[in-house]
Design a protein around this ligand. Structure first.
Ligand SMILES: O=C1O[C@H](COP(=O)(O)O)[C@@H](O)[C@H](O)[C@H]1O
Length: 254
């Protein structure tokens, strides 16, 4: 069972640098533990700009042993503004030294079903000894409906137990065709970090962290079986919470 920490920052200005340092620290931890690479899964949405702003500013950041996957991806050409890979390529990968072969992108020319199979195959090649890939770190966002990755409330994909990557062609949030990590992969990770900011997330954050009446929302189903779970949120997003939270001082490390 995971230990869950909820960490509240005044705003994304204070949150961003702590997130970047956390990624860097977990990378060092993975490599110090003798692993040949640090595997991290990125999400789209608001995380793109935060990571792209903060990670390149870390002094001495060395990403030469990083392997980067995508927790979900929209099946659109890389030059489409909806492409998560395309955004990271322009905003982040061009500024840090992740080797090209360490970036695991989908093949958006494939139909969505085949795209998911092809992407699962790419992950299996990086994690040859594991039935379910165990990422060192997954960075997740949460939509105002409680979705995470491209796992949406009430969708059948929430029950998926066999596939590591699943296709979805009826995403309620455009674009409709996407591929997504499934819950078994998310919950196998060593460290899962949610980032949620802004007052529009306050009601759903309360439901996810403190429980609601209906079925558990997708984000509430994230509970790494062995790993850590951190929620990094800002004050507006946390405004309705009554549970105990951490409020780190300036320069704190997680
Ligand atoms: O569609 C998506 O939305 C979620 C949440 O995005 P946010 O902008 O509310 O942070 C994101 O995590 C996911 O990767 C993306 O495909």
């Amino acid at each position: 069972m995971s230990s869950r920490r909820v960490v509240v920052f005044p705003s994304s200005v204070e949150l961003g640098p702590v997130l970047a340092q956390l990624v860097c620290d977990r990378a060092q931890k993975a490599l110090s533990a003798g692993r040949s690479q640090f595997s991290v899964g990125l999400s789209g949405g608001s995380l793109v700009s935060m990571l792209s702003k903060e990670l390149p500013t870390l002094p001495g950041l060395d990403c030469s042993k990083w392997v980067v996957g995508f927790c979900d991806e929209r099946v659109v050409p890389f030059d489409d503004p909806e492409s998560t890979y395309g955004l990271y390529k322009n905003q982040l990968f061009s500024k840090i030294n992740i080797p090209d072969e360490g970036i695991l992108a989908i093949d958006p020319s494939l139909p969505v079903e085949q795209c998911a199979e092809d992407y699962a195959h790419k992950l299996n090649q990086v994690f040859p000894n594991e039935d379910v890939p165990v990422f060192d770190m997954l960075l997740l966002g949460m939509g105002p409906d409680g979705h995470t990755c491209s796992l949406f409330p009430g969708h059948a994909l929430l029950q998926e137990t066999q596939k590591i990557i699943a296709p979805i062609s009826d995403s309620p949030k455009p674009p409709p065709c996407r591929v997504t990590m499934t819950l078994p992969v998310v919950n196998a990770a060593r460290c899962v970090v949610f980032v949620s900011t802004g007052g529009s997330k306050a009601p759903v954050l309360k439901e996810v962290l403190e429980g609601g009446e209906g079925p558990a929302l997708p984000a509430a189903r994230v509970a790494p079986t062995q790993g850590e779970l951190l929620w990094l949120v800002d004050e507006p997003a946390s405004a309705s919470l009554t549970l105990e939270v951490e409020k780190p001082g300036p320069g704190a490390k997680l």
